[in-house]
Design a protein around this ligand. Structure first.
Ligand code: PLP
Length: 392
């Protein structure tokens, strides 16, 4: 079944709006010339407004994994200790990469269904009297679970403990979709990729770096070349914070994406994401009746405005349901990652998404629940519509 539009409703990569595709549909230009410099300057200035920072932002031809790695190799020396705030598959994977580079990784345990508790972070940092922990690593929006984590409160916890650790935050599935403030929230390193809230193809990644992070980079001993922030900062004047050939087409697209975000206004973008997320949650809460599926994220304050992970009742296979959605209705959903494979599916409601797309997706899921014999309450789509009408 491939008639009509393919509804690509994974939580990243996301839909690429036509405006961005059209902006990328043009000839290559010399990345060392003045014409390109004007484009890249506009992009980095726009990114600073989205990151809400005056700090430099460095870019790479890479996915989010590259930006994760860049943060690790620039900040640390072998044997350094980092504290990972457990949130799910992605926090775990950032930690695994840190281990691969010879860092000591301590995990601050947390139930994947709940937002991290800043009080636990404060207590752990207070115990670390010798300041062995060099950095706290956290994921703002854990894409594998649909749980948002309280970054501003974590910053307060680090300060309350009087601990000098660097604070590094992965905003890969939150930036440009809900509130994030690098400078106000005292984040030292921000990690992001192009393919979610920025609505671009996959393959470009960025890190925002505070003065404290740049100072840490100057003494960090892990080997690095491509990712080296000092190198990138040194060339800032000439090549727009880039190493090697600059992927100019990404910059054409990025400039358009930033213009789109600013035309809509970031606050309106955030409000739209919240509205669509809430409509999705209301549908799932209705399906929950008759012992049906439920929102994986338990705390209302921790329910993500970019992705809803939907946990199926025991004995039901989420991947079968996803396959029905794809085969019968041409709707693609995200699957469960790692230990959650088959247990849940994920609806992405981030980037270039509107009410009709969400209702179409929820309609496909509700039909797939019926067709797959998954117990559920009927009327999820109607509940979503009722909410969207009340908010219109
Ligand atoms: N961190 C989070 C929160 C993510 O959602 C993802 C990807 O979905 C990653 C890291 C990894 O990024 P990438 O797949 O771009 O390498």
């Amino acid at each position: 079944m491939a008639n009509g539009w393919h509804f690509f409703m994974n939580p990243g990569p996301t839909n690429i709006p036509d405006r961005i595709l059209r902006a990328m549909d043009r000839a290559t230009m010399d990345f060392t010339g003045a014409q390109f410099k004007a484009i890249s300057d506009e992009c980095f200035a726009g990114l600073q407004r989205v990151f809400k920072t005056k700090n430099p932002i460095l870019g790479y031809a890479a996915t989010g994994h590259g930006a994760w790695e860049a943060a690790l190799v620039n900040l640390f020396s072998p044997g350094d200790k980092v504290l990972i705030v457990e949130s799910g598959y992605f926090s775990m994977n950032w930690g695994l990469r840190a281990e691969a580079f010879g860092l000591q990784v301590e995990t601050l345990p947390n139930d994947w269904r709940r937002a991290a508790d800043p009080a636990k972070l404060e207590a752990r940092l207070r115990e670390d009297k010798s300041h062995e922990i060099k950095a706290v690593l956290a994921v703002h929006n854990e894409t594998s679970t649909g749980v948002m984590h309280p970054v501003a409160a974590m910053r307060k916890a680090i300060d309350a403990a009087g601990h000098p650790a660097l604070f590094c935050v992965d905003v890969i599935s939150s930036l440009g979709s809900f509130d994030f403030r690098m400078d106000e929230w005292g984040v030292d390193v921000v990690v992001v990729g192009s393919q979610k809230g920025l609505m671009l193809p996959t393959g470009m990644a960025f890190t925002g770096v505070s003065a404290k992070a740049i100072a840490a980079c100057a003494v960090a001993k892990l080997p690095r070349v491509y990712w080296d922030w000092q190198r990138l900062l040194g060339q800032a004047a000439g090549q727009g914070y880039w190493n090697g050939t600059v992927p100019v087409h990404f910059f054409y697209g990025l400039r358009e994406a930033l213009r789109m975000l600013e035309e809509e206004g970031l606050d309106n973008v955030f409000a739209r994401h919240h509205r669509l997320a809430e409509a999705t949650r209301r549908a799932v809460r209705t399906w929950r009746r008759n012992d049906g599926p439920e929102v994986f994220a338990i705390d209302p304050d921790g329910q993500s405005d970019t992705v809803t992970a939907v946990l199926l009742p025991d004995g039901q296979d989420a991947d079968t349901l996803r396959q029905v959605c794809l085969d019968k209705f041409n709707v693609s959903l995200g699957g469960g990652l790692g230990s959650l494979k088959g247990r849940l599916f994920r609806i992405g409601h981030l980037g270039d998404v509107n009410e009709a797309m969400i209702l179409g997706t929820l309609g496909a899921v509700e039909m797939a629940l019926e067709l797959s014999g998954v117990p559920h309450g009927k009327g999820g789509v109607a509940a979503a519509m009722e909410y969207l009408v009340s908010e219109a």
